[in-house]
Design a protein around this ligand. Structure first.
Ligand code: SAM
Ligand code: SF4
Length: 332
């Protein structure tokens, strides 16, 4: 369905939980976040009901996220039901900690692609960024994902100055030997440690650094002219098996081409990641509303999608942030 600005809204991100088995510094404060009460989290049946109606309105791609989606009990069964609805693409974003165990069952359930968040290739640093995560567990998860046939495997790297920006070249080099797509994501002023706004690094700076050691050849997004390709600018180094993508919500915001809706774990339908304003679907659903009523609410969310957000191109400012929810509650 088209929104007010003629953008085709065809992509739904569903956060199935706000719980997580890590505490990444840029996503959650050290003391953790206040969690949504268990009764307030949508059941899988409620999520599937919303997803089916959204499908009728033109959603063709669904990404399951969290918190950490693989920590929610029953997620494989949910992914199976979701895959049977016949979407063009059902994908998952995970921190990879449980991927070694889940890669095979979720592949069998019908998930077509996984994105794994991995911000450092150094074990000690990885533990610091995630506040306790074990890098070798994630690397085993990636191997397993490759073995069971996930392709492409995308690796999300959020760059934080002073933490991991010096690893851009190591990640870029990984694409020479592995068929991974490394996606550098600019740090957004949502969630995480207070006072970390100065830690933003623009993707232009990373491109320049990577460009000094190898030519970045642009890669065609191949979406047949449809608004399905996502916001990454993609490149390949000479002879590389994998690719490098740059997702730059701060320095080159992509609001003009945004095709997304987000469903939070407690049933809020969000039209924009950065600007608050959600339409509650849980209350009406639990109050007995009809599918027609739900459809109207989803249409209303689509029509309420703002034209875009103002970014200052300098990393944003958490003290001025317009987003009151934590990233772990929205799902990224
Ligand atoms: N737990 C899963 C994971 O880490 O992949 C899924 C949820 S996580 C919120 C989704 C994505 O959001 C991750 O790739 C994470 O790195 C990214 N993210 C979290 N906080 C961010 C921030 N402040 N700026 C940019 N990306 C962020
Ligand atoms: Fe958890 Fe993902 Fe947030 Fe890290 S980025 S704390 S893994 S939800």
């Amino acid at each position: 369905m088209l929104d007010k600005y003629k953008r085709d809204i065809n992509y739904l991100r569903v956060s199935v939980t706000d719980r997580c088995n890590l505490r990444c510094v840029y996503c959650m404060p050290k003391e953790g976040v206040s969690l949504i009460g268990h009764n307030d989290i949508l059941t899988y049946e409620e999520m599937l009901r919303i997803i089916r109606i959204a499908q009728k309105l033109g959603i063709v791609k669904v990404r399951v996220t969290g918190g950490e989606p693989l920590v929610r009990r029953g997620v494989t069964g949910f992914l199976g039901e979701l895959s049977r609805l016949g979407f063009e693409d059902v994908s998952l974003t995970t921190n990879g900690i449980l991927l070694e165990t889940f890669a095979e069952p979720i592949r069998r359930a019908g998930v077509s692609r996984v994105n794994v968040s991995l911000d450092s290739l150094d074990p000690e640093r990885y533990a610091r960024i995630t506040r306790g995560g074990d890098l070798s567990t994630v690397l085993r998860g990636l191997e397993r994902a490759e073995q069971v046939g996930f392709s492409p495997i995308k690796i999300n790297v959020v760059t934080v100055r002073g933490f991991n920006d010096d690893e851009a070249l190591s990640f870029a080099r990984l694409t020479l030997e592995k068929p991974y797509e490394i996606r550098f994501i600019e740090l957004m002023p949502i969630g995480g440690e207070k006072g970390s706004d100065g830690n933003y690094v623009s993707n232009d700076e990373l491109m320049e650094r990577i460009g000094r050691v190898g030519t970045l050849h642009p890669v065609d997004r191949g979406t047949g002219g449809r608004n399905l390709g996502g916001p990454a600018r993609r490149f390949r180094l000479d002879g590389a098996r994998g690719a490098i993508g740059f997702i730059s919500p701060i320095s080159h915001n992509f609001c003009h081409a945004c095709n997304r809706l987000r469903l939070t774990a407690d049933g809020g339908l969000r039209a924009c990641l950065m600007i608050d304003g959600e339409i509650d679907l849980k209350g009406p659903m639990r109050g007995g509303c009809s599918d027609g009523d739900l459809e109207m609410l989803i249409r209303k969310a689509i029509m309420s999608k703002p034209r875009g957000q103002q970014t200052d191109g300098a990393g944003g400012d958490r003290s001025r942030r317009k987003c009151a929810r934590e990233m772990s509650a929205i799902g990224g």
